[in-house]
Design a binder for this molecule. Structure first.
Ligand SMILES: Nc1ncnc2c1ncn2[C@@H]1O[C@H](COP(=O)(O)OP(=O)(O)OP(=O)(O)O)[C@@H](O)[C@H]1O
Ligand SMILES: [Mg+2]
Length: 254
């Protein structure tokens, strides 16, 4: 396998609340059981924090000894290469799915402990068709044998079908919601789409909590809600959005 360095800027934040929130998310993913291995992170619209969250959670799982494959399946608009200053012209998922590269040629080790990576690869005009290909299924089957977790970053779901296609092949989905940015009705649409794909919704991540409110607000907010989330964790198997939220695990600070 090729070696590649991936700079993980988010996890280098010395921000206590962010780090703790990611740890909470990691723990609650583990609580979902060992059969939940392939997990996609989706959101309603662009910019809610999927890519940041997937990198942070992959690194966090890796740091406790879990073998993780991070897959950037956002073939339309990948940010990983640029954001993490990855040099050269690395191969990626689009090349594997279109038959140009073998799986071993698109999977990279990284400098991040226990985290391997498949980048999105060059832009392709037909990502949905590529993701529907048997090769994607085969990739996940192969990864299941090797890794404890396969964390998949996807495009937003409101207007793009890619996430639903990926979800149909995954054990679970996490919806990333940017605090205060998205209406209840829009997230409901995403939830319905995920249900149609037959993928279990594991919960939501409420991202960028309390941005306008300052540190004092965070403390009050976290103190109140962590208690609530912990006490309700795992008690509700229904999948209404509110009940999902009750079981959720992670809130990240702006
Ligand atoms: N909790 C956070 N605190 C601070 N900045 C954040 C947080 N989450 C995300 N960001 C920043 O917000 C921007 C958008 O995040 P990100 O790229 O992860 O969103 P995305 O959901 O993957 O977007 P897209 O759908 O366009 O791929 C990035 O600059 C990221 O660094
Ligand atoms: Mg993204």
């Amino acid at each position: 396998m090729m070696e590649m360095r991936l700079e993980l800027k988010n996890t280098e934040r010395s921000d206590y609340y962010y780090t703790e929130a990611v740890k909470t998310l990691r723990t609650n993913l583990q609580f979902c059981g060992s059969s939940i291995k392939t997990i996609l992170f989706t959101s309603t619209v662009s910019g809610e924090g999927k890519s940041a969250t997937t990198v942070a959670v992959a690194a966090s799982l890796g740091s406790i000894g879990k073998k993780v494959l991070l897959v950037d399946a956002d073939i339309r608009k990948s940010v990983l290469v640029k954001r993490h200053e990855i040099s050269g012209r690395p191969n990626g998922l689009s090349q594997y799915l279109s038959g140009q590269k073998k799986l071993g040629e698109v999977t990279y080790h990284t400098n991040v402990e226990n985290v391997d990576l498949i980048l999105a690869g060059p832009y392709s005009p037909n990502p949905a068709e590529l993701l529907e290909d048997e090769l994607f299924k085969r990739m996940l089957e192969n990864a299941r044998e090797i890794y404890d977790y396969i964390i998949i970053d996807t495009p937003p779901m409101l207007n793009l079908i890619d996430g639903a296609i990926i979800a149909s092949q995954c054990d679970g989905a996490v919806i990333v919601v940017e605090s205060g940015a998205i209406s209840y009705r829009m997230v409901q649409k995403v939830k319905t789409q995920l249900e149609k794909s037959g993928c279990r919704i594991l919960g939501t991540v409420l991202n960028r909590v309390g941005g306008e409110y300052g540190a004092g607000y965070y403390k009050k907010y976290y103190g109140k809600y962590y208690k609530k989330y912990y006490s309700k964790y795992g008690t509700d198997e229904s999948i209404g959005y509110d009940s999902v939220r009750e079981r959720v695990s992670c809130e990240t600070e702006r």
